[in-house]
Design a protein around this ligand. Sequence first.
Ligand code: SF4
Length: 348
Amino acid sequence: MSGRITVDEARTLWNDASDEELQRLAQEVRHRWHEPNHATYMVMRIINYTNVCVAQCDYCAFYVLPNQEGGYVLSRKDVFAKIDDLLEVGGDLVAFNGGFNPKLPLDFYCDLFAAVRARYGDRVEFYALTIAEFIYLADRANLTHAEAAVRLRDAGVHWITGGGSEILTEDFRKRHAKFKYTVREYFEAQRAIVEAGLKTTATMVIGFDETLDERLEHLRRTRDFQDECIAENLHGLFSFLCWTYKPYGTEFAGVEISPREYWRHIALSRIFLDNVKHVRTSVLTQNAEAFRALDYGADDFDLPIEDEVTQKAGATIELDLEGLLAVPRKLGYTVEYRRAERPAALTI
Ligand code: SF4
């Protein structure tokens, strides 16, 4: 394969290419960045600090509305205990993720993140918020995205990840998450984040009712954003992580897609996103099946020990980490632990 593929070529590949052909092309792109038969991983925990949310996405089984029974906000003590547990099992990455809770302003998060940084230093890295939460908090604080990014950076944050993106088309957002953000806002916020010197990532969730064209639009917008970052010498997207929708207990419901469809999508993403270094496979939603995606161009994965959001919708978490790591080894991969990177300018 010479050069990058167009959206039309990607559509043809998806419709016509055999699994073997997709694997071969994806491995070609993977080899430009990574050693063959080698993968990296992290042990991490998603800390869901609050389940109170006003966004009301119809694919979410996690949230409760303000004043509804069952709402919670984790105390600082709870957060520290969860991080201590993570360190005990050998992990060092925390991803904070929660609902759009109107009672928690941006300052609450700045204080929390500063406290985590002060207590753990560089023993733990954390993904502070997803872009979805970031946009909500900046709006509530009447700050521009640039101003909010600087506030978080000054509180010790290094990463605001691309989570909460699901499918980045305006139509998908209107169908399923009309109170969340527009696609235009999403990329404006992500630009402000990288311009502030923070690191970020791209994500995608498949398996709702999205069309092939919507999947391709999401990939095209992601690649365009990365092209812009590279042209302007910005950090850009560190990685692209795709996972699958879990339908249990959600208003939208539906059925899960097959592992094979997921692997093929990982291959297509690896081929299309020729300017993103890491393509990550989701153990959280695919369990042991996630590792076959390494044959389809993925090079990196998390071993998560908790994520209430996906667990509420049917995800199951395997805590036998050595047992999980045996699976990629059996497939012929060496696996190596990877520490979260820090932006050079922000290294303490
Ligand atoms: S997916 Fe996130 S933003 Fe949407 S309702 Fe659930 S917690 Fe709220």
